[in-house]
Design a binder for this molecule. Sequence first.
Ligand code: V47
Length: 664
Amino acid sequence: MTPVHDIYFRDNALIPVWEKVQRGERLTLEDGLMLYRSHDFLSVGKMAHAVQYAQSGDAVYYVLNRKVEPTNICVLSCKFCDFAVKPHEPKAYEMTIEQILSVLTPDLHEVHITGGLHPDWPWEYYVNMMRDIKSSFPSIDIKAWTAVEIDFFSKKFKLSVEDVLLQLKEAGLRTMPGGGAEVFSERVRRKLFKQKVGAARWLGIHRTAHKLGIPTNATLLYGHIETLEERLVHMMKLRELQDETAGFLTFIPLAFQPGATGITTRFTSSIDDLKTIAVSRLMLDNFPHIKAYWVMLTEEVASLALNFGADDMDGTVGEEHIAHEAGAVSPMQLAKDQIMRLIRDAGKIPVERDIFYNPISLSPAPPASRPRRSAAARPHRIIGKIPFLNCEPFYAHFSSPRLHLIPITPRRMGVFLRAGFVDAGAISLMDYFSIEKEFQLLPYGIGLKNKVGSVLLFSRYPWRELDGKKIGITDDTATSVQLLNVLLSHKYKVSAAFTRLHPVERMNTYPAYDAVLLIGDQALQRAKTGFHDFQIVYDLAEEWHAWKGLPAVLAVWAYRSGENGLSRIERNELVETLETSLTRSEASGFAVGVHHGKRIGLLPDEVAEYLGGFNFRFGPGEESTMREFRKHVELLYSSTAPAIAAEEKENNFGPTSSSTTLVP
Ligand code: V47
């Protein structure tokens, strides 16, 4: 897939909007209207696709999931809803927890639970449901309860929203779906769903969830009586909350299925569907993902949407009732193979994910029926893309028909390279040490000249007082953890207990720790916003540099060699692509990172200063560091082999790994 940087506009009025997007400037309501009203809808799609490509490369995410609607009995009577019924109606149903468990299977990674607001069920039913699912199916993560349901629980059971969420979280809830938002317009609410929560309450509940470490999704129900302005105001309200909390994972435009409501008799047009995907990708510049929900869009439009800004296909779903009661023409469920086919048809790479969008497996190969090709003629090579600002210069102008970019966190890169899912990438130095026999180095990587604020230890104590203390460590990369380990053990001669931070815990305030190690974007964000209880901030690159007189090295570029590895032509193509991207990024004064910087709250000057502090091209200094660092790590390994082995074991594909204690 070629990135769309140059667009030939048929509607010149779009050009200033495109220039704004390229400069990383935020779009206004008027810009949104211009995008919606333009006749040049293919250019709007190309703009959105370029933004999507810059964020998620060629990846399109799907999850093996099952939708469960425990009941259709609902105390509300929203005019647009064909799903809800009253208890006496023949179609009314209620599922017991046993019935819910009976539709789940261990191969799933997510269950999506939402349904009617039942008048009689007790609070224990909901909490026990979470607990029983988690204990019966540890590999299934739970996405459950819309803000409307949380509001209902809070009022009915006289608990604060915070208590409701905390009890559900404690019982196993991981994320919340985005339903119930409808359109944030009082006018529409009064007409179609006047008993339901309004914008302020919906947003307030999601804000609370985010603060408690529960990421959530957001939806927009469009294609009924709302105006384009109302759709855009809705997006802008979500964007505002996302600026504050960064807790939204994905945005899902839901195409209204007319059913028998009489509100409208028409399904939304495919053009409106694709425009809404594209406009939301462009307006919601701080949302990581946009979902093409095939259940409401149909398979065909969902597949098209993957070239109009969407990078998320939801999942296999199982049974779905809300849209199908309203006449949705899509199948009730999609098999994994069919989802992968729809993604490949769009020219993208299917990436199976867990509930937090961590990749579980990649399927780059063409369908099995195709004849085998030699390694040299492989149609795809997968290049891992570390989704941190400090790696942006490698990918900002990455353009190659055969080299496909897939975002992979540093922590998973080693695993994916080892498993053969990925052919090359910037890999954590520690991971490289464990796979170096099958991989070759390229003269690129992430080296830190001195102090750049990319690997930070936020501490309540000075170095020497950290002896015996508890340190929460990033689950992002092994190298920064071992760098900390080396500094503690060999420079300061102290020993602390490391506990891996749970991914959800990252949003919290970490009261249980004496110090916390964060890297990359997270370290940057925390350094900027401040971390109340951690008064001291140590920059580990600065510490290493002051100690050794050498740059710190976090990651190295490596590619698979040997029989299944990159051919010489492919290797050269990769080097050329990286070199071009780096050169252009440097020449632009690292303007390439502005967009990414914006997403994590950095100004353009701060981005340029930050990126200017790295060595992306490696020379003798980095090589010396690699040798020196290896010596220190070998010394650590020889004294702490069992603890490190435990960490390696945890480095698997599981959905949510529990924390492991490492003793340096
Ligand atoms: O809130 C109800 C909508 C939502 C109709 O978070 C209808 O990953 C279309 O929120 N036509 C529930 N939509 C579904 C939902 C959802 C779906 C998939 C993924 C996620 C996620 C969330 O469905 C309701 C309402 O807005 N809805 N009736 C209808 N006739």
